[in-house]
Design a protein around this ligand. Structure first.
Ligand code: ATP
Length: 236
Protein backbone atom coordinates (compact mmCIF):
# COMPACT_ATOMS: atom_id res chain seq x y z
CA UNK A 1 0.00 0.00 0.00
CA UNK A 2 1.22 3.48 -0.89
CA UNK A 3 0.51 6.22 1.65
CA UNK A 4 1.40 9.83 0.95
CA UNK A 5 1.03 12.52 3.59
CA UNK A 6 1.94 16.22 3.69
CA UNK A 7 3.76 15.94 0.38
CA UNK A 8 5.12 19.30 -0.69
CA UNK A 9 7.40 20.19 -3.60
CA UNK A 10 8.69 23.71 -4.25
CA UNK A 11 10.55 24.87 -7.34
CA UNK A 12 12.42 27.81 -5.85
CA UNK A 13 9.60 29.80 -4.24
CA UNK A 14 6.91 28.29 -6.46
CA UNK A 15 4.69 25.79 -4.62
CA UNK A 16 3.98 23.10 -7.22
CA UNK A 17 2.51 20.65 -4.67
CA UNK A 18 1.55 21.49 -1.10
CA UNK A 19 0.54 19.18 1.75
CA UNK A 20 -0.94 16.56 -0.53
CA UNK A 21 -2.23 13.33 1.01
CA UNK A 22 -3.28 10.28 -1.01
CA UNK A 23 -3.42 6.51 -0.70
CA UNK A 24 -3.39 3.63 -3.15
CA UNK A 25 -4.21 0.07 -2.09
CA UNK A 26 -3.42 -3.13 -3.97
CA UNK A 27 -5.98 -3.91 -6.68
CA UNK A 28 -7.52 -0.46 -6.97
CA UNK A 29 -7.29 2.25 -9.59
CA UNK A 30 -6.96 5.76 -8.24
CA UNK A 31 -7.06 8.77 -10.53
CA UNK A 32 -5.78 12.24 -9.73
CA UNK A 33 -7.50 14.81 -11.89
CA UNK A 34 -6.09 18.25 -12.51
CA UNK A 35 -5.76 20.92 -15.15
CA UNK A 36 -2.54 21.88 -16.90
CA UNK A 37 0.08 22.88 -14.36
CA UNK A 38 -1.94 21.65 -11.35
CA UNK A 39 1.10 19.70 -10.14
CA UNK A 40 0.18 16.19 -11.30
CA UNK A 41 3.56 15.27 -12.82
CA UNK A 42 5.40 16.81 -9.89
CA UNK A 43 3.33 14.70 -7.48
CA UNK A 44 4.23 11.43 -9.25
CA UNK A 45 7.87 12.41 -9.72
CA UNK A 46 8.19 13.20 -6.01
CA UNK A 47 6.80 9.77 -5.06
CA UNK A 48 9.26 8.15 -7.48
CA UNK A 49 12.17 10.11 -5.95
CA UNK A 50 12.84 12.01 -9.16
CA UNK A 51 12.01 15.44 -7.68
CA UNK A 52 12.99 16.31 -4.09
CA UNK A 53 10.14 16.55 -1.57
CA UNK A 54 10.21 19.23 1.14
CA UNK A 55 11.11 18.28 4.72
CA UNK A 56 7.98 17.10 6.56
CA UNK A 57 6.70 15.18 3.52
CA UNK A 58 5.98 11.50 4.03
CA UNK A 59 5.82 8.72 1.44
CA UNK A 60 5.36 5.24 2.91
CA UNK A 61 5.31 2.05 0.83
CA UNK A 62 4.13 -1.15 2.51
CA UNK A 63 5.05 0.31 5.90
CA UNK A 64 8.55 1.55 4.92
CA UNK A 65 9.34 5.24 4.78
CA UNK A 66 10.72 5.90 1.29
CA UNK A 67 10.62 9.73 1.39
CA UNK A 68 13.91 11.20 0.10
CA UNK A 69 15.20 7.80 -1.07
CA UNK A 70 16.85 7.71 -4.55
CA UNK A 71 14.76 6.53 -7.54
CA UNK A 72 16.54 3.17 -7.98
CA UNK A 73 15.82 2.25 -4.35
CA UNK A 74 12.17 3.28 -4.70
CA UNK A 75 11.78 1.01 -7.75
CA UNK A 76 13.02 -1.88 -5.60
CA UNK A 77 10.12 -1.29 -3.17
CA UNK A 78 7.67 -2.08 -5.99
CA UNK A 79 6.76 1.36 -7.39
CA UNK A 80 7.03 1.91 -11.16
CA UNK A 81 6.40 5.17 -13.03
CA UNK A 82 5.42 5.48 -16.68
CA UNK A 83 6.43 9.09 -17.39
CA UNK A 84 4.50 11.52 -19.54
CA UNK A 85 7.04 11.26 -22.38
CA UNK A 86 6.78 7.44 -22.05
CA UNK A 87 10.55 7.11 -21.63
CA UNK A 88 10.92 4.31 -24.16
CA UNK A 89 14.10 3.85 -26.22
CA UNK A 90 13.05 4.54 -29.80
CA UNK A 91 16.12 2.93 -31.39
CA UNK A 92 15.72 -0.35 -29.50
CA UNK A 93 13.28 -3.13 -30.29
CA UNK A 94 10.15 -3.90 -28.27
CA UNK A 95 11.92 -6.91 -26.74
CA UNK A 96 15.01 -4.88 -25.80
CA UNK A 97 12.86 -2.20 -24.15
CA UNK A 98 10.98 -4.80 -22.15
CA UNK A 99 14.18 -6.54 -21.01
CA UNK A 100 15.50 -3.19 -19.72
CA UNK A 101 12.44 -3.00 -17.47
CA UNK A 102 13.56 -6.20 -15.73
CA UNK A 103 16.76 -4.54 -14.46
CA UNK A 104 15.67 -3.99 -10.81
CA UNK A 105 16.95 -6.71 -8.47
CA UNK A 106 13.39 -7.59 -7.43
CA UNK A 107 12.54 -8.46 -11.04
CA UNK A 108 15.69 -10.14 -12.40
CA UNK A 109 14.94 -13.67 -11.20
CA UNK A 110 11.41 -13.50 -12.65
CA UNK A 111 12.26 -12.05 -16.07
CA UNK A 112 10.91 -14.97 -18.10
CA UNK A 113 7.61 -15.19 -16.20
CA UNK A 114 7.15 -11.40 -16.25
CA UNK A 115 7.84 -11.27 -19.99
CA UNK A 116 5.17 -13.91 -20.53
CA UNK A 117 2.74 -11.95 -18.38
CA UNK A 118 3.41 -8.70 -20.28
CA UNK A 119 3.04 -10.36 -23.69
CA UNK A 120 -0.24 -11.95 -22.59
CA UNK A 121 -1.42 -8.55 -21.44
CA UNK A 122 -0.40 -6.93 -24.74
CA UNK A 123 -0.66 -9.59 -27.47
CA UNK A 124 0.16 -6.88 -30.04
CA UNK A 125 3.62 -6.59 -28.55
CA UNK A 126 4.16 -10.34 -28.80
CA UNK A 127 3.70 -10.15 -32.55
CA UNK A 128 6.09 -7.20 -32.79
CA UNK A 129 8.91 -8.17 -30.48
CA UNK A 130 11.59 -7.42 -33.04
CA UNK A 131 10.12 -4.13 -34.25
CA UNK A 132 12.02 -0.89 -33.53
CA UNK A 133 9.93 1.26 -31.21
CA UNK A 134 10.69 4.29 -33.42
CA UNK A 135 8.46 2.77 -36.11
CA UNK A 136 5.46 2.23 -33.82
CA UNK A 137 2.29 4.28 -33.33
CA UNK A 138 1.70 6.38 -30.23
CA UNK A 139 -0.64 3.78 -28.75
CA UNK A 140 1.81 0.94 -29.35
CA UNK A 141 4.63 2.97 -27.77
CA UNK A 142 2.45 3.54 -24.73
CA UNK A 143 1.92 -0.24 -24.52
CA UNK A 144 5.70 -0.71 -24.61
CA UNK A 145 6.06 1.89 -21.85
CA UNK A 146 3.45 0.19 -19.63
CA UNK A 147 4.89 -3.24 -20.49
CA UNK A 148 8.37 -2.12 -19.54
CA UNK A 149 7.11 -0.77 -16.21
CA UNK A 150 5.32 -4.11 -15.60
CA UNK A 151 8.61 -5.97 -16.19
CA UNK A 152 9.83 -4.56 -12.84
CA UNK A 153 6.95 -6.49 -11.21
CA UNK A 154 5.53 -3.44 -9.42
CA UNK A 155 2.85 -3.60 -6.79
CA UNK A 156 2.04 0.07 -7.47
CA UNK A 157 2.00 1.27 -11.08
CA UNK A 158 1.95 5.05 -11.61
CA UNK A 159 1.10 6.58 -14.98
CA UNK A 160 1.49 10.20 -16.02
CA UNK A 161 -1.29 11.13 -18.48
CA UNK A 162 -1.25 7.86 -20.41
CA UNK A 163 -4.09 9.05 -22.66
CA UNK A 164 -2.14 12.08 -23.93
CA UNK A 165 -2.04 12.20 -27.72
CA UNK A 166 -3.94 8.93 -28.17
CA UNK A 167 -7.05 8.56 -30.32
CA UNK A 168 -10.16 7.63 -28.25
CA UNK A 169 -10.24 4.04 -29.53
CA UNK A 170 -6.55 3.46 -28.75
CA UNK A 171 -7.01 5.10 -25.39
CA UNK A 172 -9.93 2.77 -24.64
CA UNK A 173 -7.77 -0.25 -25.45
CA UNK A 174 -4.97 1.00 -23.20
CA UNK A 175 -7.35 1.68 -20.30
CA UNK A 176 -8.86 -1.81 -20.64
CA UNK A 177 -5.35 -3.21 -20.22
CA UNK A 178 -4.98 -1.13 -17.04
CA UNK A 179 -8.18 -2.71 -15.74
CA UNK A 180 -6.66 -6.15 -16.42
CA UNK A 181 -3.49 -5.16 -14.56
CA UNK A 182 -5.62 -4.09 -11.61
CA UNK A 183 -7.31 -7.53 -11.62
CA UNK A 184 -3.88 -9.06 -10.91
CA UNK A 185 -3.74 -7.14 -7.62
CA UNK A 186 -1.56 -4.22 -8.71
CA UNK A 187 -2.56 -0.80 -7.36
CA UNK A 188 -2.70 1.85 -10.08
CA UNK A 189 -2.24 5.58 -9.58
CA UNK A 190 -2.87 7.60 -12.66
CA UNK A 191 -2.88 11.33 -13.20
CA UNK A 192 -5.08 12.60 -15.99
CA UNK A 193 -6.46 15.69 -17.62
CA UNK A 194 -8.86 13.38 -19.44
CA UNK A 195 -11.37 13.15 -16.60
CA UNK A 196 -13.95 11.14 -18.52
CA UNK A 197 -11.64 8.24 -19.38
CA UNK A 198 -9.90 8.42 -16.00
CA UNK A 199 -13.09 8.29 -13.92
CA UNK A 200 -14.54 5.55 -16.13
CA UNK A 201 -11.91 3.02 -15.01
CA UNK A 202 -11.04 4.38 -11.57
CA UNK A 203 -12.40 3.20 -8.22
CA UNK A 204 -11.57 6.47 -6.47
CA UNK A 205 -10.30 9.88 -7.40
CA UNK A 206 -8.65 13.02 -6.06
CA UNK A 207 -8.95 16.54 -7.44
CA UNK A 208 -5.73 18.50 -7.63
CA UNK A 209 -5.97 22.24 -8.09
CA UNK A 210 -2.99 24.54 -7.95
CA UNK A 211 -0.94 22.00 -6.00
CA UNK A 212 -3.67 21.27 -3.43
CA UNK A 213 -6.10 18.38 -3.10
CA UNK A 214 -9.51 20.04 -3.20
CA UNK A 215 -11.66 16.93 -3.12
CA UNK A 216 -11.68 13.14 -3.06
CA UNK A 217 -14.43 10.57 -3.45
CA UNK A 218 -15.45 7.41 -5.26
CA UNK A 219 -15.12 7.67 -9.04
CA UNK A 220 -18.88 7.32 -9.34
CA UNK A 221 -19.61 10.17 -6.92
CA UNK A 222 -17.05 12.40 -8.64
CA UNK A 223 -18.57 11.65 -12.06
CA UNK A 224 -21.96 12.78 -10.75
CA UNK A 225 -20.70 15.82 -8.83
CA UNK A 226 -21.91 19.06 -10.37
CA UNK A 227 -18.67 20.99 -9.71
CA UNK A 228 -16.53 18.17 -11.12
CA UNK A 229 -18.75 17.92 -14.17
CA UNK A 230 -18.37 21.65 -14.83
CA UNK A 231 -14.64 21.84 -14.16
CA UNK A 232 -13.43 18.55 -15.61
CA UNK A 233 -16.11 16.99 -17.74
CA UNK A 234 -17.07 20.02 -19.80
CA UNK A 235 -20.71 19.89 -18.66
CA UNK A 236 -22.60 23.16 -19.10
P1 ATP B 1 0.69 19.21 -17.19
O1 ATP B 1 -0.62 18.54 -17.27
O2 ATP B 1 0.76 20.46 -18.03
O3 ATP B 1 1.87 18.30 -17.37
P2 ATP B 1 0.96 19.07 -14.33
O4 ATP B 1 -0.32 19.09 -13.57
O5 ATP B 1 1.63 17.77 -14.51
O6 ATP B 1 0.77 19.82 -15.71
P3 ATP B 1 3.47 19.95 -13.24
O7 ATP B 1 4.24 19.62 -14.47
O8 ATP B 1 3.66 19.10 -12.06
O9 ATP B 1 1.92 20.07 -13.56
O10 ATP B 1 3.82 21.46 -12.86
C1 ATP B 1 3.28 22.12 -11.71
C2 ATP B 1 3.82 23.52 -11.65
O11 ATP B 1 5.23 23.51 -11.38
C3 ATP B 1 3.66 24.33 -12.95
O12 ATP B 1 3.36 25.66 -12.60
C4 ATP B 1 5.01 24.21 -13.61
O13 ATP B 1 5.27 25.35 -14.42
C5 ATP B 1 5.96 24.16 -12.42
N1 ATP B 1 7.15 23.35 -12.71
C6 ATP B 1 7.18 22.07 -13.10
N2 ATP B 1 8.45 21.61 -13.23
C7 ATP B 1 9.25 22.67 -12.91
C8 ATP B 1 10.67 22.86 -12.84
N3 ATP B 1 11.52 21.86 -13.12
N4 ATP B 1 11.12 24.07 -12.48
C9 ATP B 1 10.27 25.09 -12.16
N5 ATP B 1 8.92 24.97 -12.19
C10 ATP B 1 8.42 23.79 -12.56
Amino acid sequence: MLEVKNLSVFYGRHRAVENVAAQVSPGEIVVMLGANGAGKSTFLRAIAGQTPAMPGSSVVMDGSDITHRPPHEIVETGIALVPEDRGVFADLTVHENLVLGAHPKRARPHEVANMERVLTLFPKLAARRKQLVRTMSGGERQMVAVGRAMMSAPSILMLDEPSLGLAPLVCGELFRSLARIKETGVGILLVEQNAKQGLAIADRGYLLDNGHVTGSDSAEALSNDEKVRKAYLGAG
